[in-house]
Write a protein that binds this ligand. Structure first.
Ligand code: PMP
Length: 351
């Protein structure tokens, strides 16, 4: 006969040699901060409240309904009718890896436009999975002409070309028009990163012939981090589902994800672009009135959601950012990768 329950429980508890840490006995405290960095951004109360809803099972019919609604929302925000549209669990990096892992096989040629840190990252992701990576490089904030892109497409014959639409390390909104057509002509898939720009700066996935588009939840979409919307068109699906090898990641394998999402847009997107542009305009003017110089000089090329300020001569950027955080509770950052120390970066606060 087994021992009575209470003595068994006592014995099990006495075998705990590591006591509960004190921090687990205290309520969690999160200070209020104005998040002026290039993401995460402050989240409106309505969105915070949605995160506090009860949990349901991932196979419940209500869950599938919610997922269908999410998909319609992403199709609208991306301006696409692509059936293969999902929200991945994970930050923007998850979508970067998902896009590359699913559409490229080891040994295939990939072309990456590098004019800030995000191109560098995608080149590394593609290299790690064994792709034959070619890069086109410009200084942070540099713009690639369609002619330069076409020359590189013809030379390297890549299966995938990567471009960052909103280069948050430089504050650049890269023009996209015409590049999708060039990629089609050269039988290349066109992959665009809009993590820092979606909802702030216009993008039209279908009209601009973008084959794969992804973004992140915590920037202009004003949601908590941890979700990465991504969409693949027919051309991308053709390549993705006719591969000889399995993608290197199980978690990010679109064969599983598309199955789970059961793959099948309205008001406010133009208003969101207009709003970002208008608010950024006030910020740019205010900064220039203070005598500061903006890093991207051509107004039309400035990313409305991320403003980059050239570090004034004679100032230490780290000290400036620490001062702003300490005295004004404001987070700003000091550039990323190749732009580190050249700029300080802030997003646009929206409520
Ligand atoms: N791409 C761009 C353009 C970004 O700005 C970021 C985040 N700063 C990412 C990708 C990566 O997203 P996450 O931090 O959500 O992984």
């Amino acid at each position: 006969m087994s021992a009575p329950l209470q003595p068994r429980l006592d014995r099990a508890m006495s075998s705990v040699t590591i006591p509960p840490p004190e921090c687990m006995l205290r309520p969690l405290e999160v200070p209020f901060r104005y998040l002026f960095g290039p993401g995460p951004s402050n989240v409106p109360p309505r969105v915070l409240a949605a995160g506090g809803r009860g949990i349901i099972g991932h196979l419940h019919p209500e869950m599938y309904e919610i997922m269908n609604d999410i998909k319609k929302g992403i199709q609208y925000a991306f301006q696409t009718q692509n059936n293969m549209t999902i929200a991945m669990s994970g930050s923007g990096h998850a979508a970067m890896e998902c896009a590359v892992f699913n559409t490229v096989e080891p040994g295939e040629s990939v072309l990456v436009a590098v004019n800030g840190i995000w191109g560098e990252r995608v080149a590394e992701i593609a290299e790690r999975m064994g792709a034959n990576v070619h890069i086109m490089v410009k200084a942070p904030g540099g713009v690639f002409s369609n002619g330069e892109i076409e020359k590189a497409l013809a030379k390297h014959k890549p299966v995938l070309f990567f471009l960052t639409h909103g280069e948050s390390s430089a504050g650049l909104a890269h023009p996209v028009d015409g590049i999708g057509d060039l990629c089609r002509k050269h039988n290349t898939l066109f992959l665009v990163d809009t993590v820092a720009s979606l909802g702030a700066s216009p993008i039209f996935m279908d009209q601009q012939n973008i084959d794969i588009l992804y973004t992140g939840s915590q920037k202009a979409l004003n949601a908590p981090p941890g979700t990465a919307p991504i969409s693949f068109n027919e051309r991308a699906c053709q390549k993705m589902f006719n591969r000889k090898t399995k993608p290197v990641s199980y978690l990010f394998d679109m064969a599983h994800l598309s199955n789970y999402w059961g793959n099948d847009g309205q008001p406010g997107l133009e208003e969101s672009w207009r709003h970002h542009r208008e608010v950024a305009g006030y910020l740019w003017k205010g900064l220039e009135d203070m005598g500061l110089k903006l890093f991207i000089q051509n107004k039309d090329l400035r990313l409305p959601s991320v403003t980059t300020i050239a570090i004034p001569e004679g100032y230490n950027w780290r000290e400036m950012l620490q001062y702003i955080m300490k005295h004004h509770n404001m987070e700003m950052t000091g550039g990323l990768g190749p732009s580190t120390g050249m700029v300080s970066v802030r997003g646009v606060l929206k409520f």
